[in-house]
Design a protein around this ligand. Structure first.
Ligand SMILES: [Cu+2]
Length: 385
């Protein structure tokens, strides 16, 4: 009789094959968040600093395993009573395996620190945008058309509790991400960052609630969005990237729908960007009377405007109960709800039917709507171009 096959004999190789396939799928050449396909100088600097030490590490790994293999064979025990030659220390060997890695680490370190500086340095003549992380979507605040800098407050308000202490210590007060000064006009949109191609974009990153992390792998490294603190990151696409879209993702676990906290970066030619920001700064005219969109607007005032602005100059600052994204030009966007779904009637219907089912944990809480109400609301959303 044949002995029963051991389970482990097939399980281990199968697990290795499946594991390798899963790991390799991350290398797909068209993966939207592939760090190895940089589309801007900062991401390229990061890739370079990743590749060289990576190759050296692989070479060292191969060499070490080769030596281990040789030693296992050459110095194996040949008979039961054989005792190997006893060795007590080898000064040359010990010094070399201490010094060689130290030198290697120091050299890699120099390149890493250089790259880090390039990646996080403040560039001259940058276009400024403020990014606010909300559970589970991103808000963008742009300077008014024709300007490339936000006013001194960067679209954020000082922490009143800190103003007196700051004056005493002769420093700027801490900034709050969730309030905006009236004297600092901005153009607001959500989930879709739009930038001019080939220009340094200086992002000021803040959070409205918990810690988030802003990451567009093809354009730069990641940076934390921390409540009560401002962080900075520069993004720059290549000059010939106009028309391309890159994908980003919140990279710090921030609650139930963390995985659904994605966003897009749309790159426009500089002239197209000027047209876009001008259009974004204007409020969309009301729909013609007696159309589905007009009925949708009435529904919107009754059920939605307590949480959503449609005036593009109004950030989501949490005051007045408005906690949702600014929907001023939502109809011109391609995705919604943390850029997880295409902005089509089919998906909007599912969203308005049950936001929590569509996006677990979503803070959009609404009553039940009839099919007719939903259709009218969708017509209004599409009207907001
Ligand atoms: Cu997150």
């Amino acid at each position: 009789m044949r002995p029963p096959r051991k389970w482990g004999a097939t399980a281990l190789p199968s697990a290795l094959v499946v594991g390798a396939l899963v790991a390799l799928s991350g290398c797909s050449s068209d993966a939207p968040q592939n760090t190895l396909q940089p589309e801007g100088q900062m991401a390229r600097d990061i890739k370079n600093v990743l590749i060289a030490p990576g190759l050296i590490a692989v070479a060292i790994g191969v060499a070490v395993y080769a030596v281990i293999a040789v030693i296992i064979v050459k110095f194996r025990r040949r008979s039961e009573d054989e005792i190997p030659k006893q060795v007590h220390g080898n000064t040359v060997a010990e010094i070399s395996w201490t010094v060689a890695p130290a030198v290697l680490m120091a050299v890699t370190g120099v390149f890493s620190v250089q790259a880090l500086q390039k990646v996080y340095d403040e560039p001259p003549n940058a276009y400024e945008i403020t990014i606010i992380g909300h559970q589970w979507w991103w808000e963008q605040r742009y300077p008014m058309p024709g300007k490339d800098k936000l006013e001194s407050t960067l679209g954020l308000a000082p922490d009143r509790a800190d103003v007196a202490a700051a004056e005493e210590e002769n420093r700027e007060p801490k900034m709050l991400a969730n309030q905006v000064l009236e004297k600092d006009p901005v153009v607001v949109n959500a989930n879709e960052l739009v930038i001019p191609a080939g220009r340094n974009i200086r992002l000021t990153i803040a959070s409205h609630d918990v810690m988030h992390n802003y990451w567009v792998p093809k354009l730069n490294g990641k940076i934390y969005a921390v409540p009560g603190k401002l962080n900075y990151l520069t993004l720059m696409s290549d000059a010939d990237d106009a028309g391309k879209t890159f994908y980003g993702q919140c990279a710090e676990y921030c609650g139930t729908s963390h995985a659904n906290m994605r966003f897009k970066v749309k790159v426009l030619a500089p002239a197209d960007f000027d047209t876009w920001i001008q259009r974004q700064s204007e409020t969309v005219a009301d729909p013609a009377a007696d159309t589905p969109a007009a009925r949708g607007m009435a529904q919107f005032s009754a059920n939605c405007s307590s949480c959503h602005n449609v005036d593009p100059s109004q950030p989501t600052d949490g005051t007045g109960g408005k906690i949702g994204p600014n929907l001023a030009h939502i109809g011109s966007r391609e995705h919604f709800a943390g850029a997880i779904a295409p902005l089509t009637p089919q998906y909007l219907k599912q969203w308005l039917d049950n936001p929590q089912k569509f996006k677990p944990g979503s803070k959009m809480v609404i009553g039940e709507l009839s099919d007719e109400q939903i259709d009218d609301l969708i017509a209004y959303i599409q009207h907001l171009k």
